[in-house]
Ligand binder design. Structure first.
Ligand code: EZ4
Ligand code: CO
Length: 404
């Protein structure tokens, strides 16, 4: 079998997605997601100008050699643009392999190790009463695991919380980044124990509770937060600190038993090998699209399994249904799966990417279609051209630039 052609599609059915389609001489095609939120066109160029010409004529079964060729052969390694582009190719080739075998992808990755995939949703409110209302609403929808984010008294606009009457969405279609987010560590740390106390008082111990700190604390502040939230038994605290320095986590770990998750911005095993081998985290979030594809993320998961670190894949709306489909097959097959983030796409996105996976009663199911079970409606997608969009940026209350 040979790769005969490959095309990149950029569409914006409510938000931007970059989708790769790889064609073969046997009429089977594969899909890959290449979306890098806020930097979409850099990946398009990486694919079209540099990678695609190198894979035409290759045997699509050679996923290992093609991955190594794209990773090693570029000389310049790693980074989100490079790794998202390589990921798209790798995903498409695994999709082709599974379709040619007439099998759902999970049967090529180890088969079923579970019947269903535990997911967590996002509840966010402008203030504490609104957040409690949202947690209650998601609990009614059947979710067992809920990420709780709340507006903080004294801070106008914080991460993960949408302005009243809108939905949280991690990119804004506009000319320039939104600079309205603002940050005060003191106010945040003072509020968090009150928030989780209120959630446990209202809903009891059964719900699995998660929270995303979005890289804003120093290690000692993160240690304090983990310690103070221990009575509320969180499922995890995510991205408390920026993670360029893996040693950061030694200090946090020394002080708290609250489980830690990190890695949605990671691109290779080298971003987390120390975190995993020193058992400084409990969940690794690097997922297929930003982690270079199925080939390397499978190796990372197997490495993590040795250290009892579980997967907890990123699954925000900026990861397309192609990634979600591939991730759900992966989640079904690997033994050390922990949880999967689920931030449902808008109905129009689901129409552009028809898929076999579904949500029911707190879990997701990959479906039994061949490949990832995700398709792409090119005609419908063409009606929604690319629109420039940025993630917001964040400053401290005195104007200092900080992590969003
Ligand atoms: O900020 O997907 O856990 N989820 C997150 C997301 C990320 C966005 C970045 O594009 O942190 O909201
Ligand atoms: Co996050």
């Amino acid at each position: 079998m040979k790769i005969t052609d490959a095309k990149v599609f950029v569409c914006s059915p409510g938000r931007n997605f970059v989708t790769l389609k790889v064609y073969t001489d046997e009429g089977v095609y594969g899909l890959g997601d290449a979306t890098l939120n806020g930097r979409e066109k850099a990946v398009v160029s990486y694919l079209e100008d540099y990678i695609l010409p190198c894979i035409i004529g290759r045997n699509p079964y050679d996923t290992e050699d093609i991955w190594q060729y794209l990773y090693r052969g570029a000389y310049w390694r790693r980074g989100p643009v490079t790794m998202s582009a390589i990921a798209a190719i790798d995903m498409a080739l695994w999709d082709i392999r599974a379709k040619c075998a007439g099998q759902p992808l999970y049967n090529l990755l180890g088969g079923r190790t579970r019947d269903r995939v535990l997911v967590y949703c996002h509840a966010n409110g402008t203030d504490l009463p609104h957040t409690l209302e949202e947690v209650g609403r998601y609990r009614e929808l059947g979710y067992r695991a809920i990420r709780v984010q709340s507006g903080i008294p004294g801070i106008d606009h914080t991460y993960g919380v949408a302005p009243a009457g809108t939905k949280y969405e991690p990119a804004i279609r506009a000319g320039l980044p939104d600079e309205s987010a603002c940050w005060s560590t003191e106010k945040y740390l003072a509020f968090m124990p009150r928030l989780f106390q209120a959630v446990r008082d209202r809903f009891g111990e059964d719900l699995l509770l998660l929270h995303d700190g979005h890289h804003r604390l120093t290690p000692i502040e993160a240690a304090r937060l983990g310690k103070e939230l221990e009575p509320f038994h969180l499922f995890w605290l995510e991205d408390l600190v920026q993670a360029e320095l893996q040693e950061n986590f030694r200090l946090i770990r020394r002080h708290t038993t609250t489980p830690l998750a990190v890695g949605e911005v990671f691109n290779t095993i080298y971003d987390c090998q120390q975190l995993i081998s020193e058992q400084l985290i409990d969940y690794i979030r690097m997922t297929i699209v930003h982690g270079g594809g199925i080939t390397p993320v499978l190796k990372t998961a197997h490495f993590a399994e040795m250290y009892m670190v579980k997967t907890g894949f990123h699954g925000a709306t900026d990861l397309s249904p192609v990634t979600m489909g591939a991730a759900l097959h992966f989640d079904t097959a690997v033994h050390n799966f922990g949880i999967q983030e689920h931030m449902p796409h808008e109905p129009l996105v689901d129409e552009v990417f028809p898929h076999a996976y579904h949500y029911a009663d707190g879990y997701m199911y990959p479906g039994d279609a061949v490949g990832f079970g995700v398709d792409f409606d090119e005609k419908l997608a063409a009606k929604y051209p690319y629109q420039r969009a940025y993630l917001p940026v964040n400053r401290k209350t005195d104007g200092t630039m900080w992590n969003w």
